[in-house]
Design a protein around this ligand. Structure first.
Ligand code: C2E
Ligand code: CA
Ligand code: CA
Ligand code: CA
Length: 280
């Protein structure tokens, strides 16, 4: 048997993780008394390839403790592990609903704008999720119709029967669903048709490699065809170039999201972009 040496490196890692956790706890606690300015919801446009216009936005959380910027890829997993994602996720959902309500009031929309909100695994497995969402819709006076929830493929696959039941309960409130990061998890194509979802989001990793290999192009093409056969529409993530948009359009993909169109924007910038759109 060998003994693992508890190295200085490991110690530093654990200490900084604990520090981050404490900071996160403090920042989230400050949300409920309304004193926190550290969290902001950003909004990234989702473009319709048919009209070339903004069809909706995805809400993405930003955390900026004084003098720092911590990526969601770093603190969301920590928030998940510690359960802090529950109050944070609820705050994000409420903020997003308030924003959508405000856009609906401000702009006379030709076609309704949708807002997609990421659900974490812990949130999705809450037994009273439907009631919580219903409460937020009531408080923000928002009709559920234009709200979309994104769940990842791996979340959906954890317990298929439970997933279907949860989606159906939320769909009774008119909400719609997307499967996020499609292609990166333990996808089981034989289950996909059982999920009552509206949209499939093709992960950025496939989009970015589409032009380098015919295999990746074939995957994207197949995913789009399959989605359409199952009655879902497709959003391509991480569109960074005109050439990628062109290919995706030709493959029949309906929506695109990525730096080519816009980065995630703060509320004012997203509102300004909407105001610029010729249709309004
Ligand atoms: P995601 O849900 O797959 O979100 C898309 C990510 O891709 C975002 O990163 C977005 O800024 C980035 N992105 C969009 N277009 C491009 C592009 O053209 N090129 C590149 N390189 N990146 C692009 P972000 O905001 O850093 O979020 C990372 C992940 O953190 C998200 O991945 C999601 O899993 C999680 N996350 C972010 N906000 C929330 C939230 O409000 N709730 C939950 N539960 N998770 C969130
Ligand atoms: Ca997402
Ligand atoms: Ca995604
Ligand atoms: Ca992703």
């Amino acid at each position: 048997a060998r003994y693992e040496v508890f190295s200085i490196g490991m110690r530093t890692q654990i200490v900084s993780r604990l520090q981050l956790e404490n900071e996160l706890r403090r920042a989230i606690a400050a949300l409920s008394d309304g004193t926190s300015q550290e969290f902001l919801v950003y909004y990234q446009p989702i473009i319709s390839f048919k009209t070339g216009k903004i069809a909706g936005f995805e809400a993405l959380i930003r955390w900026q403790p004084p003098g720092k910027f911590i990526s969601p890829a770093e603190f969301i997993p920590l928030a998940e592990e510690t359960g802090l994602i529950i109050p944070l996720g609820e705050w994000i959902l409420k903020e997003a609903c308030l924003q959508l309500k405000s856009w609906q009031k401000q702009f006379c929309l030709e076609s309704p704008l949708s807002l997609s909100v990421n659900l974490s695994s812990q949130q999705f497995s809450q037994p009273d999720l439907t009631e919580r969402v219903e409460k937020i819709l009531k408080e923000t006076k928002l009709n559920g119709e234009n709200l979309k929830l994104e769940i990842t493929e791996s979340m959906a696959m954890q317990d298929v029967e439970k997933t279907i039941a949860s989606i159906l309960r939320l769909k009774a409130l008119k909400l719609r669903f997307s499967i996020d990061d499609f292609g990166t998890g333990y996808s089981s194509l034989s289950y996909l048709h059982r999920f009552p979802v509206d949209t499939l989001k093709v992960d950025r990793s496939f989009v970015s490699r589409m032009e380098d290999s015919s295999e990746n192009l074939a995957i994207v093409q197949t995913v789009i065809m399959l989605s359409h056969k199952l009655g879902m529409d497709v959003t391509a993530e991480g569109v960074e170039k005109a050439s990628q948009m062109q290919i995706l359009r030709e493959l029949g993909c309906e929506y695109g999201q990525g730096y080519y169109f816009a980065k995630p924007l703060n509320s004012e910038a997203a509102t300004a972009l909407l105001a610029e759109q010729p249709q309004w």
